[in-house]
Design a binder for this molecule. Structure first.
Ligand SMILES: [Zn+2]
Length: 321
């Protein structure tokens, strides 16, 4: 089967925990990926909220260089996306097609920063993480303001440079500013808030999880605008303890399908960035999850859209320009 996963934190985990990319005890390694026939993976470089300015850029550079070294070491199994042809490489190749994203825009939050991001080959920038940064306010910042002037300017630069704006982690007002901008917008790893509201028992964590997820109007808007929504496997964004595996992920997917997101749905696993139920915890579990969705009545063309085709078509059309 084919997988195009919009979000994982494996690059940072390999750097911080000194793990090799080839084989490790993380959610993603290149050996586990051999269970897939075709695999494109967006590797996010997550910037902690306490790093800003030059420190954030220095951290990005270190994680990036370590990841680049791992790719060179394993060039028979993985390649860095280098252009449109990257998405159309040898049909028989099972090499992982790696795309770089930056989660939290601080490293590039200055005039001309997007040019630098482009030189690093960054294709997606998640505008904020959970707190406030130079661009705007994350979903846990406690602030309802929209994007800052620099955030709006950066969206224009991203549009001009074919870098996709990712609204996962952003607060509601910032989301609408991004939707109203000329940038191409996705939510790389965000689930349905209304499904969580219906299925999770009340708790502090539930209310944070709902803010971190998308409401129905946001899901409809992303779908209407031709964006992507990646289903996040993080336990607390799927359901309650013990009800946070295949069945819960199926609930979120079904709800988004009801809202008209058939051509926008994708996977945004959040592998190596959170706690995940055993059923889903590892890229080698993906074929079993696909089989589960088939057992629920999804046909093969629908599961292929969700796991691969929607994301592949999106990036092909965006990055081709
Ligand atoms: Zn995240």
């Amino acid at each position: 089967m084919r997988l195009f996963d919009l979000h994982c934190d494996t690059a940072g985990e390999c750097f911080n925990r000194r793990k090799p990319l080839l084989s490790n005890d993380l959610h993603i390694d290149l050996c586990k990926g051999e269970s897939l026939d075709k695999w494109s993976q967006i590797f996010a470089i997550w910037i902690p909220d306490d790093l800003r300015g030059a420190e954030a850029l220095e951290y990005f550079r270190k994680v990036y260089e370590n990841f680049e070294k791992e790719i060179k070491l394993n060039s028979d199994k993985i390649q860095l996306y280098q252009g449109v042809s990257g998405f159309e490489y040898d049909k028989n190749s099972t090499k992982c097609n790696a795309v770089i994203s930056c989660e939290g825009a601080s490293p590039f939050a200055f005039e001309g920063g997007i040019e630098l991001a482009k030189r690093y080959g960054v294709k997606v920038i998640t505008l904020t993480w959970n707190a406030e940064n130079e661009l705007g306010f994350g979903c846990q910042s406690g602030c309802d303001n929209g994007l800052k002037p620099l955030g709006k300017r950066m969206l224009r630069d991203m549009a001009a440079n074919n870098i996709v704006a990712d609204v996962s982690h952003l607060n509601r007002k910032g989301f609408y500013d991004a939707i109203d901008s000329e940038a191409t917008v996705i939510a790389s790893h965000s689930n349905s808030a209304s499904v969580l509201l219906k299925t999770r028992a009340d708790s502090e964590d539930k209310f944070f999880a709902c803010r971190r997820c998308l409401d129905d109007e946001q899901i409809r808007l992303l779908a209407q605008r031709g964006g992507l929504i990646g289903i996040n496997f993080c336990k607390s964004f799927l359901g309650d303890e013990g009800d946070d595996g295949f069945e819960a992920a199926y609930r979120h997917i079904s709800h988004m399908l009801e809202l008209g997101a058939e051509n926008s749905l994708a996977i945004g696993s959040d592998y190596d960035g959170c706690e995940i139920n055993d059923e889903l915890c590892g890229v080698d579990k993906i074929p079993r999850f696909e089989a589960f969705l088939r057992s629920k009545g999804f046909d093969a063309s629908l599961t292929d859209k969700i796991f691969y085709e929607n994301a592949n078509n999106f990036f092909k059309s965006i990055l081709q320009i």
